[in-house]
Ligand binder design. Sequence first.
Ligand code: DP6
Length: 333
Amino acid sequence: MPGSYSATARAHANIALIKYWGKADESLVIPTTSSLSLTLDGLTTQTTVEFLADGDSATGSAVLQDTLSIDGRLQGGTSLQRVSRFLDLVRDRAGIALPARVASRNTVPFGAGLASSASAFAALAAAASRAAGLELPDRELSRLARRGSGSACRSIYGGLVKWNAGHDDGSSYAEPVENPLDLAIIVVLISAREKPMSSREAMRLTMCTSPLYPAWVQASDDDMRGALAAVSQGDLRALGEVAEANALGMHAAMMAARPGVIYWLPQTVAALAAVRDMRTHGFDAWSTMDAGANVKVLTSAPDAERVADELRNRLPDCTVEVHRPGSGVQMVG
Ligand code: DP6
């Protein structure tokens, strides 16, 4: 490959309404359950990947290793290793052996349970494959992004997206779901600090030690059926109820791990209680949570500003932001 090949892609985070929590196959990232998510606007990662031909580097000398910068800061350790291993999949597929320079910019706080790895690996999959000369259709891109971070396979698509768990590399991918509902997700930011345990580690611990985990997996099948039926009937309340139950069940399973995984902070409980109380006052609002202290609130797009204002009144210490559905991964320039 003469010269250096570069591509830039942008992807958005997604928030799951029916969660992915646990891998049937760790190395291939095959989940134990299917999941359903909404890709959001605003929470964005933009990544440039450049494969460097011999002698082509910032200093003019041969570059032997991949480099990674996130928001202008050079990374090493496990972040770089994880990206390098992912790039190896792309290099193998494209038949190249060149090191890459990866530069990524985020509007998502990193590692705070705001799905930064979903937008990160979706953007990386698209940019790296294009830079390596591969033209992958969306389904292939989804399968590739999954290998970097499971939830990333859903960020290849915009709007409502289902990740079919499948049983092997070929059958585990995301696809868009037709959605007549006009949805919004409100992020109640309780902490932007990096979470105490990565979702990867926490899901492994839950799977291996929580007596509640098998029950959550079993319930998840029904939850998915219920959620898809609610969507096709345009029934926001039914969707909200099943989404909230599925997320609380996931956290119950985590808390029952040995040792228990507790991401909740006092403000998390206050936010969950506020949303429940708002429902008794006629607001259409349901909570969901990921691996972190933050609460995300599902509502309808026309009601979103009113729901957000009520949340701001009730939770004055939290930052409350409305997000509409966003687009799938896009090449930029
Ligand atoms: C709680 O996709 O970050 O957000 O595949 O190990 O990288 P890895 O995990 P990741 O897990 C996301 C878990 C979740 C639920 C979800 O997004 O479905």
